[in-house]
Design a protein around this ligand. Structure first.
Ligand code: PHE
Length: 338
């Protein structure tokens, strides 16, 4: 028995020398010390030994087991160390290499211009509100002083859904909704960006769906000069401090007096400036105030509605309104923030 143990120890240690990795090491451990291992097998035979022999052999067996254990754990540590070194070497990062560029989305130019305009108005104390795109005939027309069969309804060719529901043709119904919600309270100072729909054949300057930004201010002693000052401030912040605006008399059933506003711009490379119409505006019609619960003898207000596409085309030099909707990446990527 003693010999078998000595031999086993020699064999195991010899065997250990040829072990190449952690897996083989584990196999070896099982082979000698596992439940059916060689050492375990020998120890099981100890029952047949005499009482004198048993402690001697037992001690020897312990020594053999400890020797194998020690050798196994020494190897195991070595493998772990080697593995760590290998990983450190293979996972080394060269921090001097240039990074890989992450592809980044771009804000759509329409969202960009709308956000910019919102920020300018928020700076002037306005609130941003929204309204539904499917509107009632009442909010879109009636309450804006456009009764049924009013000829001015033809100015805005509409998509009707039912007799009483339509895709809103402008953002002005949000004026009505806001006044109703405010219930006679002042001041009202809102802008409302959103989609509007008109029956139109699409071309470079027309689209059956486009964006407007509506503005409404109601209070005491609100005058046309307040409107003009507000719009001038907006355009100068948007296009530069030397920008001018000009107001031309116009007609809208919901404002009186009404005006259309042109903004000055310099064509690329050209000396002279041109004018581009960008919005409609006016003093809120007394009947409109009245219908939504404001006494026109006490309160006055101004309103405006501008085309977001027009402003974006001017600001970013875009020549065709369809670019906004084709979603051609070559177009959109030009608006990526660097
Ligand atoms: N709603 C008008 C349009 O779409 C623009 C407008 C808004 C005019 C507010 C006056 C006041 O043409």
């Amino acid at each position: 028995m003693r010999e078998r143990l000595e031999q086993l120890k020699a064999e195991a240690l010899e065997h250990l020398r040829s072990v190449a990795d952690a897996k083989q090491l584990d196999e070896l451990r099982v082979k000698y010390q596992g439940k059916k291992g060689k050492l375990t097998e020998i120890l099981r035979g100890m029952g047949g030994l005499s009482a004198e022999e048993r402690p001697v052999i037992g001690q020897l067996a312990n020594e053999v087991r400890d020797a194998i254990d020690a050798a196994v754990s020494a190897h195991s540590e070595r493998f772990e160390r080697e593995e760590t070194e290998r990983r450190l070497a293979s996972e080394t990062i060269d921090v001097t290499l240039p990074g890989r560029k992450l592809p980044r989305g771009a804000a759509h130019p329409l969202n960009r211009i709308i956000e910019e305009i919102e920020q300018i108005f928020i700076g002037m104390g306005y609130q941003v509100s929204e309204g539904p795109e499917v509107e009632t005939d009442y909010h879109n027309f009636e309450a804006l002083n456009l009764p049924k069969d009013h000829p001015a309804r033809d100015m805005q060719d509409s998509f009707y859904i039912t007799e009483d529901l339509l895709m809103r043709t402008h953002t002005s119904p949000v004026q009505v909704r806001t006044m109703q919600k405010m219930d006679g309270e002042v001041p009202v100072k809102i802008i409302c960006p959103g989609k509007v729909y008109r029956r139109d054949d699409d071309d470079a300057t027309h689209s059956f769906q486009f964006h407007q930004i509506e503005g409404l201010v109601i209070g005491k002693n609100i005058r046309m000069s307040d409107l003009k000052g507000t719009l001038l401030q907006l355009m100068q912040e948007l296009f530069g401090s030397d920008t001018q605006i000009r107001m031309r008399p116009s007609f809208f059933p919901f404002t009186e007096p009404s005006a259309e506003v042109d903004v000055s711009y310099r064509k690329k490379g050209a000396e002279s400036t041109g004018w581009l119409e960008v919005l409609g505006c006016g003093m809120v019609h007394p009947r409109v105030l009245e219908m939504s619960g404001y006494d026109p003898k006490e309160y006055s207000g101004f309103a405006f509605g501008m085309g977001a596409e027009r402003l974006a085309m001017l600001k970013y030099g875009i020549d065709d309104i369809r670019h906004f909707y084709n979603n051609d990446e070559r177009f959109l990527n030009q608006f990526a923030r660097q």
